[in-house]
Design a protein. Sequence first.
Length: 213
Amino acid sequence: MHIVIYKNNKIKKILSFNSNVNTIVDKLIKSNILTSEDKYKVFDNIKNMAVEDIRAINDDGSIKSLGEQIKEKILILKENEVIKDGVVVELNPAYEEDKIRLIQRNLEELDENQKIEYQKENKKYSIVEKTMIEKLEEEIITQEEYNNHIINIRQAEYSSKLDGKRAELLESVLHNLSSQGLLTEIEQSLLEELNRTRLEIKESNPKAEKILN
C-alpha cells in the first residue's frame, strides 16, 4: 500500500506501509509529517514514484501519459520545452531541429542570410543559405555585390567550358599560318617555344600506359 501526502496538488511524500490506514495516518499526524494543511490519498500500488502532481496518478496507481497530463493541464510545458522519447526536455539551439522549433516559437533568431526550407529527400526542415538572388531581392546584398558574384560564376564557366576550346582553336590557326609561312619570325619563334613547353609538360607527366610499358 502507498499513501501520498500532497498540498495544492503537489506531492510532498509517497510512503509505503503495511498496517491499517488509520493507524499510519495517526502516526504521520503525531510526527507532524501530515499537517492540517495537507491532504492524502491511498493507493494499492503506484507504478511510478517520479511524479510531482497527485492528479497525474490514476486511481489504479498507473501514471497518466505526458500527453494526457498536458491535455488536462496537469503539466504545462515551458516555451522552450518539448516531449522527446516520453521525457520533457529543453530545446537545444546547438541542434538544427531544436533551433528551428525555437525560431518558430520566436525564441531564437535566424541569420538574415539563412532560411528554413523543407528537404524532400530527408523529409524534414533544414536551415540553408539563401540564394544570391533572394539576398538581392531582400536587399541583404547590393546590386554591385550580386553582379560581382555573377561575374565570378561567368569567369569560372568560361574557364571550364571555353578556355580549352579557345586554346585548341588558336593553336590550330597558328599551325595553319605557320605551314603557309604567314607568321613573322617572332611569331614563329613563340609558336615553337609553345610546342616545346607542351612537350616538356607531357614528358614530365606521363600517362599510366607509358609508365607501365
